[in-house]
Design a protein around this ligand. Sequence first.
Ligand SMILES: Nc1ncnc2c1ncn2[C@@H]1O[C@H](COP(=O)(O)OP(=O)(O)OP(=O)(O)O)[C@@H](O)[C@H]1O
Length: 255
Amino acid sequence: MTSVIEVKSLRKVYSRTNKVAVDDVSFSVQEGECFGLLGPNGAGKTTTLEILQGLRKPTSGEITLFGYTWQKHETQLRGLMGGVMQHNNLYDKLKVKECVELFASFYQNYTPILELLERFNLLEKKDAWLSELSGGQKQRVFLAMAVVGQPRLVFLDEPTTGLDPTSRQDFWHIIKDLKESGTCILMTTHYMDEAEFLCDNLAIINSGKIIEAGRPNDIINRTFEAPIIKEPRKATLNDVFLKLTGSSISRESYA
Ligand SMILES: Nc1ncnc2c1ncn2[C@@H]1O[C@H](COP(=O)(O)OP(=O)(O)OP(=O)(O)O)[C@@H](O)[C@H]1O
């Protein structure tokens, strides 16, 4: 397998506060993989993601993406990756279709906008202002913006935070489809079930350092030393919610 991302001894110190946000972090992500960065608040996940996206400069360390570096190959890299910084209101003054068109304009090739909106069940909302959408609908618009340019690598920062269980599961299936179409994904999440469901490999960061990394099952087995014997799956609160709200992964649940 070819490495899409190689990170070696990455370090970020925010100069104004002298805060060491990322401390000697190294990992690699392979072609077609979904890689998760997990960790508590303030662990350094977003900082790492922003550096990889070329939005922040590292203090030291080496990063290659598809064998390219930000210093030498910014234009090539912008065309290969997609991602939207989600926790802002920058796009609230645009309509859904305009948001996706804006991002399409950054790429040479892109998926026809209406086709993409239909795939993400946003067609009916195409003329809605972003500020008028629910959290789940907004997240789907952000994902559409991230993937419209058919990038080979997509960055997702806490893509399902704040979504109800149904919308989260809907979102997971969209991400799975994306992965199955060959797109490499680097995501952060606070949800362990999400990481287990979506991520082939992950790194757990604490105070800027990677404290554990590998495949989810290997990490579980290592952490509890003896392999866990799989029992028949018991229902969870999540299942109860889905049953009581009557929502399977249905189209109505998007509306
Ligand atoms: N612009 C900044 N200037 C100074 N310090 C910052 C800046 N951005 C983040 N930090 C600090 O760097 C550390 C890592 O922050 P970061 O946002 O990367 O963590 P995170 O793992 O994404 O957290 P969360 O899960 O809460 O989103 C935190 O201590 C944070 O306060």
